[in-house]
Design a protein around this ligand. Structure first.
Ligand SMILES: [Zn+2]
Ligand SMILES: [Zn+2]
Length: 346
């Protein structure tokens, strides 16, 4: 049974600093989502809420078309009623009546992405602090072949396993996280990328890494690497691809059918020394990291708004009315920008 999550509204700042941009890649077949990180940062909350509604309605229609009545019903019930804790200027918390937990559901994906961030950010920060490494965002790509999404994912993961066994990789990296991103081109070919947060021991010539990736894949040397200056932002960037592995709004029935066949495929994982570090990790108070969820977990009506300290009150809404609710808040003359603490309230 699904329990409503109390901290459904807490998110890392959408508008926070992005990964530093490196010079444009000469490899033009890296698609735009890779070289230009997704640019939905400027969306307002009402636009975001409206897009999520549209996406869910689209998915539910596709599910009906596939005679998957159970999925369609779950999608329609997910966030169909919400309880909003607000001061009138900020939204401190949204509690949904029901969560469908479907991997492509935009509301449930957001929550999952926040959970991943809350789980891994303290570990990544501690690892950086204690292991004398720097973090990089590495995107690995492969050549396009006529194959299923599942085959494409397996091929790139197998190549990455081979890369990790190579001496060069072991000399320069102390592990990290990986996540899968899928896109599809107009010809229907799958473009599968691996987004790695790698903990680099020392600087190296990128051309050497290209050669290593070519050796691991047999036919692709295309990769993209940039330093991560702020680990919270870097993690947020990578987790985006996990929570939104593809553009669901462009999905047809066949795409949904294929995706349903991937049910148990892992989309995110840790590797190397970082993986072992995570297993033994116990957060301590002096790591200097605040647990974002705990900031909002215990809020109830009458508590002070974490943004402006005015009292919070509860509003019950149909999920369909949430975009309009956000619009009213955005139009409020007293609405103030989120406090700069690395988090924002939505
Ligand atoms: Zn859902
Ligand atoms: Zn407030």
């Amino acid at each position: 049974m699904n329990q409503p999550l109390l901290s459904a509204s807490l998110s890392l700042a959408d508008g926070s600093r992005r990964l530093s941009q490196s010079s444009p890649s000469p490899h033009t077949y890296l698609d735009n989502r890779v070289t230009n990180p997704q640019t939905n940062q400027r969306r307002t909350r009402s636009q975001g809420a409206r897009e999520r509604l549209t996406t869910k309605e689209h998915l539910a229609r596709l599910a009906v078309g596939l005679h998957d009545v159970e999925l369609a019903d779950k999608l329609q019930r997910c966030h169909s009623r919400v309880s909003v804790l607000t001061c009138g200027r900020h939204v401190a918390q949204i509690i949904p009546n029901f969560t469908c937990e479907f991997r492509l559901c935009p509301d449930c994906s957001r929550r999952r992405s926040r959970k991943l961030q809350n789980k891994y950010l303290p570990m990544m920060s501690a690892f950086l602090l204690h292991r004398r490494v720097t973090a990089v965002h590495l995107v690995l790509t492969q050549t396009h072949r006529p194959e299923s999404r599942k085959q494409s994912a397996k091929r790139i993961k197998d190549s990455f396993t081979r890369l990790q066994r190579r001496v060069f990789w072991q000399k320069h990296f102390k592990g990290g996280t990986w996540s899968l991103e899928f896109t599809k081109d107009k010809k229907g070919l799958h473009h599968t990328h691996l987004h790695i947060i790698g903990f680099r021991r020392e600087f190296f010539d990128i051309e050497l890494l290209r050669g290593e990736w070519l050796a691991a894949t047999g036919d692709s040397h295309v990769l993209h690497l940039k330093p991560i200056l702020d680990i919270a932002t870097g993690l947020q960037e990578v987790v985006k691809y996990v929570s939104k592995p593809l553009d669901v709004r462009r999905f047809g029935a066949e795409d949904l059918k294929e995706f349903l066949g991937l049910k148990n495929m892992r989309m995110f994982g840790t590797f190397g020394e970082f993986r072992d570090f995570c297993k033994g990790f116990e957060p301590s108070d002096n790591e200097g990291i605040s647990d974002l969820e705990s900031l909002s977990r215990n809020l109830v009506e009458g508590c002070a708004c974490p943004m402006c300290e005015n009292p919070l009150f509860e509003v019950r809404l149909s999920g369909k009315d949430l975009p309009r609710f956000y619009e009213r808040i955005e139009a409020s003359p007293t609405a103030s920008p989120p406090r700069k603490v690395g988090t924002s309230w939505n």
